[in-house]
Design a protein around this ligand. Structure first.
Ligand code: FPP
Length: 269
């Protein structure tokens, strides 16, 4: 049962926005491309990494708000497979911010019954990062509330390649026939297995790209792009995104037939 006063304080501007949301039609899974940290820092004459540091406050507020809205899942794109091309100092700082966040935030994740999960090739990360991530994974494994996925060393194409490899191994070992492979089998080999696909994809800082994020899973996601830079993103922006999402007519390639909207599984192309 959503505790409204915990999501937004009574009488606040955020609360007025929140009260417009239909709680029976919330997205089950929200995915976010957190962009604009570098620009936020540059606008203030700070080094780029200060934008990442400031972005942690947004992460904290959005994770907590989504958990209090009792969403099934939130996925944040923290580090892509392409981000290794960034200057070494920026990579090292991002990784240490992540470790610091996990270290400080574990108690809060537990308090909010949030289950932490990593999507992406975790085994290629530095040992100290893997250690902190494993602590977060083990520590929250019995939580039953929202799943908080952090996409790290993640690429949508890489993820699909990994899933295909795993299926190919099963075929060559005789555990699976090619004919048994369908969307469900492939989906079950992705790092988001068991979770609903994102209903809503948010991108901050105005860019109209999906940047290799959850390529398989966002097939029917509603996309909401805001010019707000990630370090400025707060729950009022999340509420705006949800309100906009609730105005959309989701047809999954079908038609609206006597008011009946097809389910995602019945997609007509
Ligand atoms: C994109 O901004 C942002 C990132 C590549 C990293 C996001 C990471 C954080 C907010 C901090 C750590 C995350 C967690 C979950 C604790 P950009 O640098 O590409 O910005 P720009 O396009 O303005 O240069």
């Amino acid at each position: 049962m959503i505790q409204k006063d915990e999501v937004a304080s009574p009488g606040s501007a955020e609360r007025r926005l929140f009260d417009e949301i239909d709680l029976a039609r919330l997205p089950r899974h929200v995915a976010v491309i957190m962009d604009g940290n570098g620009r936020w820092a540059r606008q203030r004459g700070f080094p780029r990494v200060e934008g990442h540091r400031a972005g942690i406050a947004s992460v904290r507020e959005i994770v907590e708000s989504c958990a209090r809205l009792e969403l099934d899942a939130l996925t944040l794109y923290a580090f892509s497979v392409e981000n290794w091309k960034r200057p070494r100092f920026e990579i090292v700082t991002l990784m240490s911010l992540l470790k610091e966040y996990l270290n400080k935030e574990l108690a809060n994740l537990l308090k909010n019954d949030i289950r932490f999960r990593v999507v992406g090739r975790m085994n290629e990360l530095d040992g100290s990062v893997q250690k902190e991530l494993s602590r977060g994974l083990a520590g929250t494994s019995s939580c039953r509330g929202m799943t908080f996925n952090i996409a790290l060393n993640y690429g949508g194409r890489t993820e699909i390649v990994d899933a295909c490899r795993s299926l190919a191994h099963d075929v060559s070992a005789g555990r699976l026939t090619p004919e048994q492979i369908d969307e469900e089998t492939l989906g079950s080999r992705l790092s988001t297995a068991g979770l609903p696909d994102p209903d809503l994809l948010i991108r901050t800082s105005g860019e109209m790209r999906v940047s290799n994020f959850l390529l398989w899973q966002i097939a029917y996601s509603e996309i909401w792009v805001t010019p707000t830079l990630w370090p400025d993103f707060r729950k009022r922006h999340l509420f705006e995104a949800i309100l906009d999402f609730q105005k959309r007519e989701r047809r999954y390639g079908g038609v609206i037939d006597g008011g009946r909207v097809p389910e995602s599984g019945e997609a007509a192309g």
